[in-house]
Write a protein that binds this ligand. Sequence first.
Ligand code: LMR
Length: 334
Amino acid sequence: MRKFILAAASIAALTFVGPAAAQSPIVLKFSHVVASDTPKGKAADKFKELAEKYTGGKVKVEVYPNSTLYKDKEELEALQLGAVQMLAPSNSKFGPIGIKEFEVFDLPYILPDLKSLRKVTDGPLGAQLLKKLDSKGMTGLAYWDNGFKQMSANKKLIAPADYKGLKFRIQSSKVLEAQFRALGSIPQVMAFSDVYQALQTGVVDGQENTWSNIYTQKMHEVQKYATVTNHGYIGYVVVVNKKFWDGLPADIREQLTKAMKEATEFGNNQSAKENDDALAEIKKAGKTEIISLTPEQDEAMRKAMMPVYKDVASRVGQPLIDEFLKETGRSPMN
Ligand code: LMR
């Protein structure tokens, strides 16, 4: 795969805006791993529509959904090499390329609601985190929402003890690894596009994701139970290859910035509804029993996961965790 990325990168370098390409549009490849019919998929399509409109066709955005170009880890490599120009990986996926700070978003129950999330992403902390991307050859343009994660398995998951000994697919985040270890489960890192098959064949017993991802990947067809836990958050950082971005004519960069701002508002305003709609569809399909927790059961889950904060403090940074909690103004225990 690396060879393929390198070959694609050199073709991209050859075809990139040179004087001879003055008339041909600048191609911006936007790769992502989820279905088009999800919060990220819709925001990406909106960006394409607006970017092409505002640049009068000078930029052509090619959106590649559903891991058609690259799987999780490969897509960040591809971006750094210039084989694609734009991505929106989840916060969890920046750890493996050395930006561990984004894993703060993975801490269990750190975000009580989307309003608190905005305080972080729209404030100085959000900007400070985006700056960290520069050293990795990328520019952070926006934060896109998905929503809150739920747990699923072929076993009823109610109390922390129910998780003991089960294998759970996780994204490549040390915080998520610590979270499942705190529950006595066995976490297994796996690319998003491989999850359905792993659940179907029993390679893993369960997984955590948002309703929109569960529904569009048909995970509900191979999981008997899903519990409404809202225990964690999945959101994205829209990143662009820095060399590509800095090399764009200023007016084009401005038009793309405007398109990104509007696509972000569009996507973030409807992400919660997308997840609600997906849950309704899962219920309608009738293949998964949806379990709700009582306040006491919810508290037991929170309590079981609190050790994670200590476990990952040295990796993510205690000052960052403190600042994050200060911004949201809430404790993860309530
Ligand atoms: C996952 O790997 O579960 C998610 O990050 C997929 C996505 O991009 O929403």
